[in-house]
Design a protein around this ligand. Structure first.
Ligand code: CIZ
Length: 370
């Protein structure tokens, strides 16, 4: 049975999903000479502070390149967490959004975890307040609580399992095979997709990612007619009308793999357009087309790019290292409680490697432009 049981009233303007503040903080575009100078300074500070840069696919291309050129990583949240935990550096600089910094700190409490801008958050995290989530869980004591990585440490502390989009399907499938019922939070689109694929008994929180929620089914249909040979790649945080048109539905790593390995020349991509930087580097010569986020004359809040991810810039990396600003702390006992659900996922993935497609590797710096 699929049902949405909790309807969180998403606010606008000055409310929970307001993006105006985030867009206002996005660093200005840099001229080539400034970029080179800032990259050099950031690389030197990383070396001097025994730090490694752990960047998400959705952040600015300069940060992605800097991470790879200095021995860090560009990855999804699952791989970022594993990489940060296993790396020898004493300081992790996490370029992404707040829940990614928190996951790094939860897994590596003895390391210093810095972020270029602590205001970089996520609409899914904002739309799932810990107290209301705890009340939702209390109302369903018979269910395994499965939360998406895109949640606060306090929400994870209340969960049995954390999942990312690259392993969510396999973990819910596993729970179903054990006869378990699931309480899912917070992304309603990903929850619906998993429920459809697995047939699991799920009650759901009603959250959404502002980037993926804006992709439009009708406009995608029209775009596909203009590009009949194009493969359509869709992230499962997108609405059903978009997912139904996909040739491939997958996490960031899985969509990247689909472009790199795919035989088609053209790809229509429904996810944050930050991922296109890495796709261009690893699949040069292929044509990448952004899926439409809104109809004619309409406006979009995100325009296929997360404003909180966009707050990460080279200057922020320099400032957090030079000034020791932007440090992430996760208090006890929240950290230990949240660790339980993250460790359970990591252990599942270690025992079931086939459940997760590994990220594509083999970066050649400065191939292709963002
Ligand atoms: O888990 C992640 O990194 C996110 C936010 C998306 C994805 O599909 O990988």
């Amino acid at each position: 049975m699929s049902q949405v049981e909790y309807d969180y009233p998403l606010q606008d303007a000055a409310g929970a999903t307001c993006t105006a503040h985030a867009w206002a903080k996005v660093p200005p575009a840099l001229r080539p000479a400034e970029r080179a100078e800032l990259k050099g300074r950031a690389a030197e500070l990383l070396r001097r502070h025994d730090a490694v840069l752990v960047a998400h696919y959705y952040v600015d291309g300069d940060l992605q390149d800097l991470a790879l050129e200095t021995g860090g990583i560009v990855a999804d949240s699952l791989e970022m967490a594993r990489f940060g935990r296993d790396h020898a550096a004493r300081t992790l600089v996490v370029a992404g959004v707040r829940f990614m910094g928190e996951s790094a700190k939860i897994l590596s409490p003895d390391k210093r975890v810095l972020m270029p801008d602590l205001d970089a958050t996520c609409s899914l995290d904002l739309g799932c307040p810990p107290d209301e989530f705890a009340a939702f869980c209390d109302a369903h004591p018979d269910r395994q609580v499965v939360v998406y990585a895109n949640t606060s440490a306090a929400v994870k502390a209340r969960a049995d399992w954390m999942v990312t989009s690259s392993c969510a399907l396999a973990i819910v499938e596993h729970l179903k095979s054990q006869g378990q019922k699931v309480l899912w939070a917070p992304d309603r689109h990903l929850g619906r997709y998993i429920q459809e694929q697995t047939g699991a008994d799920m009650v759901m929180w009603n959250g959404a990612c502002i980037v993926h929620d804006e992709f439009k089914g009708l406009e995608l249909e029209l775009l596909r007619r203009e590009h009949p040979g194009a493969q359509v790649l869709v992230h499962p945080d997108s609405p059903q009308a978009v997912v139904l048109q996909a040739d491939v539905v997958g996490s960031t790593s899985q969509l990247l793999g689909a472009v790199v390995k795919g035989a088609a020349k053209e790809y229509i991509i429904a996810t944050d357009n930050g991922l296109l930087h890495r796709m261009r580097q690893l699949a040069p010569g292929k044509t990448l087309i952004e899926a439409p986020t809104a109809g004619n004359s309409a406006t979009c809040k995100s325009c296929a790019h997360c404003p909180w991810m966009a707050m990460n810039g080279l200057q922020g990396v320099i400032e957090c290292l030079a000034l020791g600003e932007g440090e992430i702390f996760v208090p006890e006992p929240t950290r230990t409680r949240a660790l339980g659900c993250i460790d359970r996922m990591l252990d599942f993935v270690r025992r079931n490697p086939a459940a997760v497609q590994p990220p594509v590797r083999g970066f050649v710096p400065n191939v292709g432009a963002a």
